[in-house]
Write a new protein. Structure first.
Length: 202
């Protein structure tokens, strides 16, 4: 039994199934919170519930576009946003599969968040384009004192945190690889120099 579990674990690791399960779980979390919050806030006064006075509010907003409603005024703009989300999701999945063995932990963490963040909002945009939903469901609102941050959702949070983590991880890995290449070049030129000096001595 133990051997079978070990073999199953190795199989799941080989095909990155653990990461896919995390992604599916995060998409489910995003969609569940959207629909639960929508159901609760539809019955709330002004579709708002203040959680922390003057700082954090649950506020139901149907965002027809991207950031601050951008490109949401026309069906053409909404289709563009849906297609962009689809393309970004596919590209990230392709990169995840192709570059899994090369990526560092921070990159893997980032892309594992960014993919479900993109696909979570893609679901909403697709429903919107087909007239089944008014827009992307946003419900998290923070008042920072000097400004009220645009209402957002779990998918937005996953996407932003994921992109930042991935970018930082990529830069760290790229820097390490450049240093390694530089050391290899120096080693190569030192070797050539030593060979030339040995030939002169002869």
């Amino acid at each position: 039994m133990k051997e079978k579990l070990v073999n199953l674990h190795e199989l799941l690791k080989k095909y990155h199934i653990y990461f896919y399960l995390i992604m599916v779980g995060l998409i489910a979390l995003d969609l569940t919170t959207k629909y639960v919050m929508e159901a609760i806030l539809l019955d709330a006064p002004n579709h708002r519930i203040e959680v922390i006075d003057g700082f954090f509010t649950l506020s139901l907003v149907y965002n027809p576009g991207a950031f601050s409603g951008m490109l949401g005024d026309s069906i053409f703009g909404r289709i563009i946003l849906m297609l962009l989300s689809l393309i970004c999701g596919v590209v990230m999945l392709w990169y995840f599969i192709k570059s899994f063995s090369r990526m560092g932990k921070l990159e893997l963490f980032g892309i594992t968040l960014a993919i479900p963040g993109t696909l979570g909002n893609l679901w909403d945009r697709t429903l919107q384009v087909f007239g089944l939903q008014e827009g992307v469901i946003d419900f998290l609102e923070f008042d920072l004192g000097f400004m009220v941050w645009n209402t957002f959702n779990i998918a937005d949070s996953l996407l932003v945190i994921g992109i930042i983590a991935f970018a930082v991880g990529y830069l760290i890995r790229d820097s390490k690889e450049e240093k390694k290449k530089e050391q290899e070049r120096l080693k190569f030129y030192e070797g050539k120099k030593n060979e030339e000096e040995e030939l002169k001595d002869e």
